[in-house]
Design a protein around this ligand. Sequence first.
Ligand SMILES: *[C@@H]1O[C@H](CO)[C@@H](O)[C@H](O)[C@H]1NC(C)=O
Ligand SMILES: *[C@@H]1O[C@H](CO)[C@@H](O)[C@H](O)[C@H]1NC(C)=O
Ligand SMILES: *[C@@H]1O[C@H](CO)[C@@H](O)[C@H](O)[C@H]1NC(C)=O
Ligand SMILES: *[C@@H]1O[C@H](CO)[C@@H](O)[C@H](O)[C@H]1NC(C)=O
Ligand SMILES: *[C@@H]1O[C@H](CO)[C@@H](O)[C@H](O)[C@H]1NC(C)=O
Ligand SMILES: *[C@@H]1O[C@H](CO)[C@@H](O)[C@H](O)[C@H]1NC(C)=O
Length: 461
Amino acid sequence: MGPLGVCFFLLFCLLSASSEGGTIGVNYGRVADNLPSPGSAVQLLKANNITHVKIFDANSEVLKSLAGSDIKVTVMMPNQLLQTAATSPSFAARWVQDNVAPYYPLTKILAIAVGNEIFDDPTNLTSYLVPAMINVQAALVKLNLDKAIKVSTPVALSALQSSYPPSAGAFRTDLAETVMMPMLQFLRKTGSYLMVNVYPFFAYEANANDISLDYALFRPNAGVLDSGSGLTYYNLLDAQIDAVVYAMSALNYDDVPISISETGWPSEGDPNELGANVMNAAAYVGNLISRVLSGTCGTPKRPHCNMDVYLFALFNENQKPGPTSERNYGMFYPNEQKVYDVNFVLGNSNSSSARNNSSSGNNNEGNSSETWCIADPSAGKERLQMALDFVCGEGGADCTAIQPGAGCYEPNTIEAHASYAFNNYYQKNGKGSWTCHFGGAAYVVSQAPKIVKCTLPSGTN
Ligand SMILES: *[C@@H]1O[C@H](CO)[C@@H](O)[C@H](O)[C@H]1NC(C)=O
Ligand SMILES: *[C@@H]1O[C@H](CO)[C@@H](O)[C@H](O)[C@H]1NC(C)=O
Ligand SMILES: *[C@@H]1O[C@H](CO)[C@@H](O)[C@H](O)[C@H]1NC(C)=O
Ligand SMILES: *[C@@H]1O[C@H](CO)[C@@H](O)[C@H](O)[C@H]1NC(C)=O
Ligand SMILES: *[C@@H]1O[C@H](CO)[C@@H](O)[C@H](O)[C@H]1NC(C)=O
Ligand SMILES: *[C@@H]1O[C@H](CO)[C@@H](O)[C@H](O)[C@H]1NC(C)=O
């Protein structure tokens, strides 16, 4: 249960807000010949207050560098070991003994990803996946590490037979009963979660005629109605996540949590890779971080924001094959300079989108300096309340004027109070697009909003 309707005291609001949000992590891929040492990379993570990291192996130097850092780590058993791990419990046990146990707990290993997007592996590993997960789990149990370390596997959206509209989400028929069902059973039984790799960029790139860039980048937009469920989606990521949720639901595994094990946006691409540029990457990543950290990352189907999101990726990786975009997902260049300005903590008004109005979603050429942030009533009271709790608590907005008896208390509606608080937060944080989002519960306007007896300050000076 979330904090809805039980937020009577500020202290309680703060507690609720912080337990509601998700966490932001990064994928630390190393398919490059020019990256800083693991030690330097860990310093970079720390300097940016990044609390969660996922790696694509269980590299000893990396795990040693993370020791004592308090950064939570997801390690990976590479695909090429899956067959042996599935068929030999003793191999799986030895792998855990050698690659996980020696580093824990000094290195805070949180999860083991057994393989990566294995349904897309050119060798057909499908039948080995769940047995390998079971053997890795058994190895953790033997070492009494199963409470601390979860076993899962990242699944790409290609595991879906259909994903549009989200309510039609279904797993591929060759996977649903044979692999996904036993896997979800395993995840439920072990208290683990499904890892999903989700890239709105790919869908946008392939369907730019049908999908608006604003919808892909978490900017204000008209929304897309899913007529199957009656739910309206205000961003593509939510729609893609919910397609997976509906697919799980169709197999009666509604309760298994999801972690977004990869998502990102390339800062550069080939000429035919529509949308791959630094402005869009900054907007996607910045807006996503603010959603997750502000506790507004719930989806229409799963409104509570308790999702972990691992951004892809820490560095540009110059040895990745494929189109130019593949080598340009990094938030940092190998020399540790930022590709675009990005902050992994909330409330820092120096984020790029905060300083750069070009992505603010306010396309009103007439008077673009005068803007306000107001609540979108169609988001529903629940989402507005969640965002309101956050913004007046952890978010640090000044909400004294909407307390009982104060000047903006009337009209006493969630919509009016949320507009006041959202606008306060927006003005306070330099009017960046990420400060007026709240999971689609707010939008920017360039006409002074009319709220009876209470004028929202525009903050322009
Ligand atoms: C990281 O967190 C510390 C302590 O909370 C804070 O002082 C520092 O400014 C943060 N760094 C960044 C880059 O936000
Ligand atoms: C992969 O192997 C399984 C049996 O192990 C089979 O049912 C499935 O059709 C194969 N998939 C592909 C794409 O070849
Ligand atoms: C924000 O940026 C300005 C100039 O770019 C700089 O002087 C200031 O120290 C930065 N503040 C923070 C909190 O990073
Ligand atoms: C602001 O946006 C413009 C494009 O409109 C871009 O050229 C510029 O680099 C951006 N500035 C920052 C600091 O991101
Ligand atoms: C913008 O709005 C302000 C205040 O509403 C007004 O004083 C100013 O003249 C407007 N500027 C333009 C270019 O319309
Ligand atoms: C941002 O807005 C200010 C006015 O508030 C304007 O002077 C500036 O040119 C804008 N910058 C960009 C990159 O649009």
